[in-house]
Design a protein around this ligand. Structure first.
Ligand code: CTP
Length: 407
């Protein structure tokens, strides 16, 4: 469950090639739990037919201000009053120009002018059209009017050119909308996280790792970003998409993760923009092979197995917690037994104020989880839910614990 869940979204589709992506967007929004009502401009229907959206959303699609299906003839009022937000995707240069002027000569533009809910635009156009001073003037006007713009992105365009003006991908639009609806409980805060497994090489082709997928850490990074924080994520090798707006640094080994975290904290302190919150979600290897073999270790005819000695890795979380002016530190615990007792023991051992324990240790790679939050005195259980929903609840629990920033 995300902040988009249960929201009623009017998805406005204006005329542009990217209208075909709006069909996928309608699907993604519904998957995130939104109720989607599609309204199209006449130009948009030249790119995608109304039947596509009607079939996808199970709702009639409106294009005409004089649609007889709305009994009182007030389609623009009826549709906008029922919405939690109007999202225009794609928002063409022409449609944005109309909005900037307050024109209302069709259903979608009238709906926008008559709205009481937030209006979000996902622009899509050729790069020259985007860079044109007239469009940039309109963009500034729209922003000043409190209209939210998400994107555009830069990249390959339908016209064959490359540049700024591509509509964000549907999943990025849903993510931006999720952030838009989220409570900004970490506004202005800086958050540093570790996520995923580490990989400790034995030789050029082998190594030791663990089954962490990085899903929980990435979900927490997303939730922190949604809550208004500036987020840096130090990640081990994972196959996860970087959340929009999150700064990601990839590492392999525990030592690299430790060095990166230390460098980030030092730099932030030096720049007088200290990190407020450190969340260690990574499943860090406690040991690494004592010696790395530059060449692949070969089998011997004698059948003897190589001896792998181990060296202990630095404890990243404990080293952060020990720092002078340490950020508020949150640890994660994977325990296979005596969850609360071992969790409390870890809390004391690492000298951290908060520990989050996975209930059940078979959570690797799954989309859901169940957590126990432990502080010095209390424990709070977050019942089984998606990792995204848990991440949001966890952030809501952590935010009020952060010490106020000195003025
Ligand atoms: N952690 C860390 N650096 C390490 C080991 C663990 O930062 N070298 C962090 C993890 O990211 C997690 C917390 O410490 O937030 C607890 O990790 P866990 O593996 O449960 O505990 P360990 O300290 O390794 O203790 P043990 O394996 O003995 O339970």
């Amino acid at each position: 469950m995300t902040a988009v869940d249960g929201k009623r979204i009017v998805l406005g589709v204006s005329g542009g090639v990217a209208a075909y992506k709006a069909a996928v967007l309608a699907r993604e929004l519904q998957r995130a739990g939104a109720r989607v009502q599609v309204v199209m401009t006449e130009a948009a229907t030249h790119f995608v037919g109304t039947a596509t959206f009607q079939a996808l959303t199970g709702e009639p699609v409106f294009t005409d201000q004089w649609d007889a299906r709305i009994a009182n003839g007030m389609a623009h009022i009826e549709l906008s009053r029922a919405a939690d937000a109007i999202l225009i995707a794609p928002a063409s240069a022409d449609f944005m120009a109309k909005l900037a002027q307050g024109l209302c000569d069709d259903l979608l533009s009238t709906l926008c002018l008559a709205r009481e809910c937030p209006l979000v635009l996902a622009p899509a156009m050729n790069r020259q059209m985007w860079e044109n001073p007239a469009t940039q003037r309109n963009v500034a006007r729209l922003r000043a009017d409190g209209i939210e713009l998400i994107g555009p992105d830069s990249g390959e365009q339908a016209c064959g050119e490359t540049g700024m003006g591509r509509m964000l991908e549907p999943e990025d639009i849903v993510e931006s909308l999720d952030a838009f609806f989220s409570r900004k409980v970490l506004a202005g805060r800086r958050v540093l996280l570790t996520a995923g497994p580490t990989f400790e090489p034995i030789d050029p082709v082998r190594g030791i790792t663990n089954r962490s997928s990085g899903k929980m850490g990435f979900a927490i990074a997303r939730a922190c970003r949604n809550a208004g924080a500036m987020v840096t994520l130090v990640s081990g090798p994972v196959a996860q998409r970087t959340p929009l707006g999150v700064r990601r640094i990839d590492v392999q080994t525990a030592q690299q993760m430790h060095d990166t975290v230390t460098r980030e904290l030092d730099q932030a302190q030096h720049a007088k923009q200290p990190v407020d919150l450190f969340i260690a979600v990574a499943a860090v290897a406690d040991w690494r092979p004592a010696r790395y073999s530059e060449q692949k270790i070969k089998k011997t005819d004698a059948g003897s197995a190589p001896e792998l000695g181990f060296t202990q890795n630095p404890d990243i979380l404990a080293s952060v917690a020990k720092r002078e002016a340490a950020p508020y530190c949150v640890g994660f615990a994977a325990e296979s037994e005596a969850l609360e007792r071992n969790g409390r023991d870890k809390l004391a051992r690492k000298a951290i104020p908060l520990l989050v324990a996975n209930i059940g240790h078979e959570t690797f790679g799954r989309d859901d989880n169940e957590l126990l939050i432990l502080d010095g005195t209390r424990s709070v259980r977050l019942p089984r839910a998606s990792k995204d929903a848990l991440a949001r609840d966890l952030v809501a629990d952590i935010a009020p614990r952060l010490p106020a920033r000195p003025l």
